[in-house]
Design a protein around this ligand. Structure first.
Ligand SMILES: *Cc1c(COP(=O)(O)O)cnc(C)c1O
Length: 383
């Protein structure tokens, strides 16, 4: 069907005109409860922790973009943040279960498993999932989940999703892919064999740095039922106002991602050619260690670039304080460019662990401003 292309689904999936009024945009259903005509006789909505029509529309939209059409098994579960979504998945595990985390996983994901879920008897270990041996050595008889982030944050390592999924599934472990950096526009983990896709919708899906949210997508009906139960039982749901912001942001995901990626590619090339820069990480660069894997499983390389300026921590710290267009801030994926030093900002919680990142690493979230202005800004800031 020609109407199921990505750009079209972003604008139409789950977003039919409102049957009551004809409103072209899904309304913000600011209601906690729904009137019933007789006890138990309702229109599919009883209470907004369980279901809310604005949230339903958002879930239909995100599921469609990850390749799960309305009416097919599975679907999308949204949550109040990416970490709330991670926590819902964490609650599928039981005491004694073990999970493998890709090393340099998002700091908050690490902290949740290391400092919270470990208190409930869930064990974890970190592994380099860019190599086959990294995964096979980390698997234990009780391994139930392999947590892949690709590209990883902030070192932009690329993990071969189909290889990891084949090995993990053979072992009886599920695979979650954190698809926050690539977005479904550039990478479709379910097609590559992943069981669950996780998003911090806060980033590219929302795209405007104005809301915090998370999502999980799956093709398995039983996983969907279990996570739907968790969503209602644990309760970390997004409100209808946030759901509306994500619905609106996602409509332009395709056009934004094209620009993020073309800007990031040009900036990565500029940095790689600059003598003031020691090393650059961008999956689209031929010098990237997993460039071939990236080309195989991604249709574009995203908007994140990391680099180490010559001159150590001092150079990194002064560079990030001298940019004007790149705001010095945590987070990523918005239309505006951001710059940060992960070791002293987003990744403080992994200091002293296997997931530690270089102290002089600078991470860019390349926005959709004019690329020449962004390059001038970096050129000036590198001093
Ligand atoms: C931000 C982020 C998260 C956590 O999401 P929140 O919305 O901040 O809770 C998880 N994974 C990645 C890759 C992220 O960038």
């Amino acid at each position: 069907m020609s109407e199921d292309r990505f750009e079209t689904l972003a604008i139409h999936a789950g977003q039919d005109p409102d049957p009551a009024t004809g409103a072209a945009v899904v309304p913000i259903y600011a209601t906690s409860t729904y009137v019933q005509s007789a006890p138990g006789d309702h229109k599919g909505y009883e209470y907004s922790r369980t279901d809310n029509p604005t949230r339903t529309a958002l879930q239909t939209q995100i599921a469609a973009l990850e390749g799960v059409a309305l009416g097919s098994p599975g679907g999308c579960i949204t949550a109040a943040s990416g970490l709330a979504a991670t926590s819902l998945i964490g609650h599928l595990l039981k005491p004694g279960d073990h999970l493998v985390l890709s090393n340099d996983v998002y700091g908050g994901t690490f902290r949740l498993f290391d400092s919270v879920l470990s208190n409930y008897g869930i064990q974890w270990s970190a592994a380099d999932l860019t190599t086959d041996a990294g995964l096979t050595n980390a698997l234990r008889p009780e391994t139930k989940l392999v947590w892949v982030e690709t590209p990883t944050n902030p070192l932009l390592r690329v993990v071969d999703i189909s290889r990891v999924a084949a090995t993990a599934n053979e072992h009886g472990a599920m695979v979650t892919v954190d698809n926050t950096f690539a977005t479904p526009y550039f990478q479709q983990p379910l097609d590559l064999g992943a069981d669950l896709v996780l998003h911090s919708s806060t980033k590219y899906l929302g795209g405007h740095s104005d809301a915090v949210g998370g999502a999980i997508v799956m093709r398995s009906e039983s996983l969907y039922e279990r996570l739907k139960f968790m969503q209602n039982a644990l309760g970390p749901v997004p409100g209808p106002f946030d759901a509306y912001l994500f619905l609106r942001g996602i409509k332009t995901l395709a056009v934004r991602m094209d620009r993020h990626a073309s800007n990031a590619g040009l900036i990565a090339a500029f940095l790689e050619a600059d003598p003031r820069v020691d090393r650059v990480w961008y999956p689209g660069l031929e010098s990237h260690p997993q460039h071939d894997v990236a080309r195989k499983q991604m249709s574009g390389f995203g908007g994140m670039v990391s680099f180490i300026p010559k001159g150590g921590v001092d150079a990194a710290n002064s560079t990030v304080q001298r940019t004007r267009l790149f705001f010095l801030a945590e987070s990523l994926g918005g239309v505006e460019s951001l710059i940060e030093v992960p070791a002293s900002m987003t990744h403080m919680s992994v200091e002293g662990t296997d997931l530690e990142v270089p102290v002089d690493l600078v991470r860019l979230s390349v926005g959709i401003e004019h690329v020449d202005d962004l390059i001038s800004d970096l050129d000036r800031a590198l001093g």
